[in-house]
Design a protein around this ligand. Structure first.
Ligand SMILES: *Cc1c(COP(=O)(O)O)cnc(C)c1O
Length: 459
């Protein structure tokens, strides 16, 4: 114990002094204290930790560097889930990133009309293009789609009844359950039909004087197959028009381009719901649209205006960086081919298998060079998922690099690749660490390889 150097001794070591010139002092001091404290505890517990000055300095330096990294940082997604909520969902297009950088590096025209110099709505930056792309009369944007659904249901139906099919009372995940949202919006839920079959007549029979809204929810993450039936959007629109009740469609993913040729069947298009005459359509900004987190509400101009005037709208207001990213992404859809090339989410979904396979071979040979013979490295066939509330069954053929070590478990490997400056996320399958290459960019192969080299150096 007495041989343990003091905090001051470590702090005056040249290597620590060098660290002090570039890292905040409190972080370095904390790291030094922590390392000495941990070593003392280890000795007390009967262990024999390395207590040489050099060893302690090295550990303190590593700890200080680790603590000085931002907590929220860039990561490599090799999980095979394209829209992974835990990993930040949509990766932004270069155009969206540039727009965000421009708007965040100075003041901006967020709520000022440059023509008149007057205050206006921040949403006008995206309203025109949303209407143009979807054929809707009007549009607004809030913080996320959960907020969009809450705001729209509350605006259209507070104090009234909301009719919804039993097959659409879904939970999207992370506390978003349709029955709870309807209750929270101050409405009474009226369930119609059964889990597997809801006919148009079920809706018609449920309409009363208190009916304020007919709600359709796209059951994003599951399907009822077999003996099933649902009313179509146009049938519901017909009833709505007939009885003077607004019809709302919560689409969730909000696809603007048809991706059925790439394995995404049954994903309704925003413009189809809008053109079918839905009074309100809601969807996410950061799912299949591939933009920033946001909730888009579009449809009838008078209803959108009511949503904007609802005090809740201020509570779920969208911020300027979101708007900058959303506007730039939406502009790309004016040329769908450009959108497919520029928007990473769409690029990952449509990325040809041979290209993914080539990336996998490239990583595999880099890993073989870095790791040598004690690792078993293979390229295998896997299936990627779109994620972000889209149907799990609709897999996209992909290629993965698998890693197995004679000495380390798959869990150890996964920990090693995750605990670093740019964490690499894969998955564990049959005791192998699996890196699905569909969402891995060419430049990220180097990041993975560098991390593998550290593994080799530790042996
Ligand atoms: C994902 C989803 C939501 C929630 O959207 P967020 O943008 O995550 O808030 C709501 N409804 C449906 C149908 C969804 O798929």
């Amino acid at each position: 114990m007495r041989q343990l150097p003091s905090v001051d001794r470590l702090l005056s070591h040249p290597e620590i002094e060098r660290l002090l010139s570039r890292l905040p002092r409190p972080l370095v001091v904390d790291a030094v204290r922590r390392v000495i404290e941990d070593t003392r505890e280890a000795i007390k517990a009967g262990g024999r930790p390395e207590i040489s000055l050099d060893a302690l300095v090295e550990r303190a330096a590593r700890e200080a560097v680790r603590k000085s990294q931002p907590s929220l940082r860039r990561a490599v997604n090799a999980t095979g889930v394209i829209l992974h909520t835990g990993l930040g969902r949509a990766v932004l297009a270069p155009e969206a990133r540039e727009a965000i950088a421009a708007v965040s590096s100075g003041h901006s025209t967020l709520e000022i009309d440059v023509e008149t110099g007057r205050r206006g709505s921040r949403v006008r930056h995206v309203e025109g293009i949303l209407c143009r792309l979807t054929g809707a009369e009007a549009a607004t944007v809030v913080n996320n789609n959960a907020a969009a659904v809450l705001l729209a249901v509350n605006t259209l139906a507070e104090g009234g009844e909301v009719i919804i099919s039993r097959g659409q009372l879904v939970e999207i995940g992370g506390q978003f359950r349709i029955p709870d949202i309807i209750r929270q919006a101050g409405c009474r839920l009226v369930e119609v039909g059964t889990t597997n079959r809801t006919r148009i007549s079920d809706y018609a029979h449920a309409v009363t004087d208190d009916t304020a809204l007919i709600l359709m929810v796209h059951p994003s993450n599951f399907r009822i197959v077999g003996f099933s039936e649902t009313a179509s959007v146009s049938e519901l629109v017909e009833i709505g028009k007939d009885r003077g009740i607004p019809v709302m469609h919560d689409l969730g993913s909000g696809a603007l381009v048809d991706l059925s040729a790439f394995g995404l069947k049954d994903e309704p298009l925003v413009q189809e719901s809008a053109r079918a005459g839905c009074d309100i359509v809601t969807f996410s900004g950061d799912k299949l649209l591939g933009a920033t987190q946001g909730g888009i509400i579009l449809g009838r101009a008078d209803l959108i205006e009511q949503c904007r005037r609802n005090p809740l709208a201020r509570v779920v207001r969208v911020d300027k960086l979101t708007l900058a990213g959303l506007e730039a992404t939406l502009r790309l859809f004016l040329d769908p081919e450009r959108a497919m090339k520029s928007i990473p989410t769409l690029r990952y979904i449509t990325r040809p298998l041979p290209e993914v396979a080539q990336q996998a071979r490239k990583l595999a040979s880099a890993l073989r060079r870095a790791l040598g013979d004690s690792y078993q490295i293979e390229v295998i066939d896997v299936e990627s998922q779109v994620g972000g509330g889209s149907l799990p069954g609709q897999a996209i053929a992909s290629k993965a690099v698998t890693l197995r070590s004679s000495r380390l478990s798959a869990e150890d490997l996964s920990n090693h690749f995750r605990r670093c400056e740019t964490p690499v996320f894969g998955r564990i399958e049959s005791d192998r660490f699996v890196l699905d290459m569909r969402t891995v960019e060419p430049a990220e192969i180097q990041t993975i390889t560098t991390r593998a080299q550290m593994l080799a150096n530790m042996e």
